[in-house]
Design a protein around this ligand. Structure first.
Ligand code: AMP
Ligand code: MG
Length: 340
């Protein structure tokens, strides 16, 4: 299908129009500092149902609710002291907090859970749009379910452009990876549900407690309930991805021309159309920012296999490795790919 969605610049007039569309129950793709989101009125079940339909997202995967002021936190959730502490320090920014929900939030948004995930985004255009819409906006990443997240307006147009009408352009996403999700339903046992740019170390330092790192995506019934979205396979390029602790020039030399290689830093002494890297000097922020767009470029080039290497552990490297691990996970289908 050909993309018919329009990409709008963030002029005051365009923002007013898009806000009206949201108030009327429509969908608008929006820029955030993490990845582009697909937004709808979080207080309307009918509007939010459209998000699930456009993305092909299963109903058991809850949406993040975005707010523009701290006052709105109590409108959608029952915040505790720990949540307020984190919000004051890291908002607006790439941190999502899971809290008990209020009646303002329809069940479809939280996949029937009594908890809601809330974030105040840093991107000024998105915040302005939330204010103009006059209500919290639910928004998952603006891509078909399970595929690579969009970090530019053009990415959104290419993948969802035939299913939505409006995309607000806010430039390339500054961070490029989805927000950190911290579970504060029980503030005495805070847990990281998804690593992101705000690190576990920063959070535990502020809360003065140790964090429980929810292990292994979607393992066990209780966990699947706590965060239905943490599927093992997610953020996946079409090209089958194999993750290695490190890649070397020797491996590339032994490989075939239809295999692509993805390094964190630019490798010395090798190159060619099948050699890619995330950041020339290997800085982890630059690598995070270009991960999803690089995976798209590799998909478009049509390689048979992609070999990627892990980032150094710690901080944002952990978030990068989380996405790479999920991108490398195989469907539990019988048609298993053999490791090359
Ligand atoms: P995204 O698809 O990037 O918008 O991520 C949304 C993710 O936030 C979901 O897949 C869940 O992992 C998490 N999430 C959202 N709402 C909740 C909730 N009420 N409780 C726990 N996790 C949540
Ligand atoms: Mg997503």
């Amino acid at each position: 299908m050909t993309p018919t969605a329009r990409i709008h610049r963030g002029t005051p007039r365009n923002l007013a129009r898009l806000a009206a569309r949201l108030r009327a129950g429509g969908l608008v793709a929006v820029p955030t500092e993490t990845v582009y989101g697909l937004a709808a009125d979080a207080t309307s079940a009918r509007a939010c149902r459209r998000i699930f339909a456009a993305k092909g997202r299963p109903a058991n995967d809850p949406l993040i609710v975005h707010i523009a002021s701290l006052r709105d936190l109590a409108r959608v959730s029952r915040p505790n002291e720990a949540a307020l502490k984190l919000a004051r320090k890291f908002w607006p920014g790439p941190l999502t907090i899971v809290l008990p929900k209020t009646g303002e939030v329809p069940d479809i948004v939280t996949a029937g859970l009594p908890s809601v995930a809330v974030r105040m985004p840093a991107h000024p255009l998105f915040r302005r749009l939330i204010r103009l819409a006059g209500r919290p906006l639910a928004a998952p990443s603006a891509n078909p379910f399970g595929s690579v997240s969009p970090t530019t307006a053009e990415h959104v147009r290419k993948s969802l452009g035939s299913r939505i009408r409006d995309i607000l352009d806010g430039g390339p996403a500054r961070i490029g990876l989805e927000s950190t999700i911290v579970d504060l339903r029980d503030p005495s046992r805070p847990a990281i549900l998804r690593p992101g740019a705000i690190t576990a170390v920063e959070i535990s330092r502020l809360l003065r407690t140790r964090l429980v790192r929810a292990r292994g995506p979607g393992r066990g019934k209780a966990q699947a309930q706590a965060a239905p979205g943490r599927m093992a396979r997610h953020y996946s390029p079409r090209t089958p991805l194999f993750l290695h602790p490190r890649l070397s020039a020797a491996q590339v030399a032994r490989g075939r021309p239809d295999e692509a290689w993805l390094f964190i830093a630019r490798p010395a002494g090798i190159g060619g159309p099948n050699v890619f890297w995330l950041a020339a000097g290997g800085d982890v922020r630059g690598a995070a920012r270009s991960l999803f767009s690089t995976l798209r470029r590799i998909d478009e080039a049509g390689f048979r296999i992609l070999h990627a290497e892990r980032a150094p552990c710690g901080g944002l490297g952990d978030a990068l490795n989380d996405r790479l691990t999920r991108a490398a996970a195989r469907d539990p289908s019988p048609k298993r790919l053999r490791r090359p």
